[in-house]
Design a protein around this ligand. Structure first.
Ligand code: 0WD
Length: 256
């Protein structure tokens, strides 16, 4: 323990115990980080409180933040700055699309569905990164969560794949803009994990089975593995890395 001692990290996107953000929170806690959580829905806040109690984790702060709302974002980060002072990292682990867009053909994507997915899943990182500049006075690290649907056509992933492509491109542009402040920006591209959000993707179980059969490691990955890789990108160990997309997918992405 201790890699993250005295580091304050904001974790966004814990909906329940299966959330990737919760796997990340556990890795960070193990290494001594002080955690600040943001949540959107009241239901998630209740889940989060339960999880924190169960695991004996005392958060530095829990703040409500809806990434679709600029006022909510600026209020959340003003509150964080006031209560916690300067912070060292932000975990952006959220995305949203209407379920109806995550099946059938991408060609059928509606304008509204496209804009909502981009807004929630890609622009949200830009909005958060803008805030980071003001609260990371000594530099820091921002890590977001992507998926291979950004790079390749994954059946049914559709509009979310296009949003993840924008997210990964945003990681590179933001890394350039924030590098001069010693703020790094990276993404994890995780293999499929059964979470609340994953339930919305049609044919998700088939994807998981394909990974088990074909990925170099012949298995799926879990929240704890994403948690540890995210921990690395938030820590001093990754200080020379920015603008990167790191695959935590049992090697699946190397296959043709
Ligand atoms: O297989 C998977 N599960 C993968 C997920 C593989 C690769 C990547 N990812 C990504 C997701 O696309 C997402 O970016 O990881 C990230 C986290 O996903 P998850 O852990 O699978 O999802 P989930 O447990 O459902 O949590 C997502 C949270 C929910 O929290 P709330 O409090 O709203 O229930 O993101 C939230 C979502 O609702 N979220 C928002 N939070 C604040 N403001 C917003 C928003 N506007 N929209 C969605």
């Amino acid at each position: 323990s201790g890699m993250m001692n005295n580091k304050k990290i904001v974790v966004m996107g814990v909906a329940n115990e299966r959330s990737i953000a919760w796997g990340i929170a556990k890795s960070l806690h193990r290494e001594g980080a002080q955690l600040i959580f943001t949540y959107r829905k009241e239901r998630s806040f209740e889940k989060l409180k339960g999880l924190l109690e169960q695991t004996g984790i005392t958060p530095l702060l829990t703040v409500s933040c809806d990434v679709l709302d600029d006022e909510s974002i600026s209020a959340a980060f003003a509150h964080i700055k006031e209560q916690a002072g300067s912070i060292d990292g932000i975990v952006h682990s959220l995305a949203f699309s209407d379920k109806d867009e995550l099946k059938g053909e991408y060609l059928e994507t509606s304008r509204e569905g496209y804009l909502l997915a981009q807004n929630s899943s890609a622009f949200s990182l830009v909005a958060i990164a803008k805030q980071a500049k003001g609260v990371m006075s000594e530099g820091g690290s921002i890590v977001t969560q992507s998926y291979i649907g950004a790079e390749r056509v994954v059946k049914n992933y559709n509009v979310m794949g296009v949003a993840k492509a924008a997210l990964e491109a945003s990681v590179r542009y933001l890394a350039e803009d924030l590098g001069k402040y010693n703020i790094r920006v990276n993404a994890i591209s995780a293999g499929p994990i059964k979470t609340l959000s994953a339930k919305g993707v049609s044919g998700f179980n088939d994807i998981m089975q394909t990974i088990e059969e074909r990925a170099p490691l012949r298995r799926n990955i879990d929240q704890e593995e994403v948690g540890d890789a995210t921990l690395f990108l938030l820590s001093h160990l990754s200080r020379g890395i920015t603008g990167e997309v790191l695959h935590v997918d049992a090697g699946y992405h190397i296959l043709g």
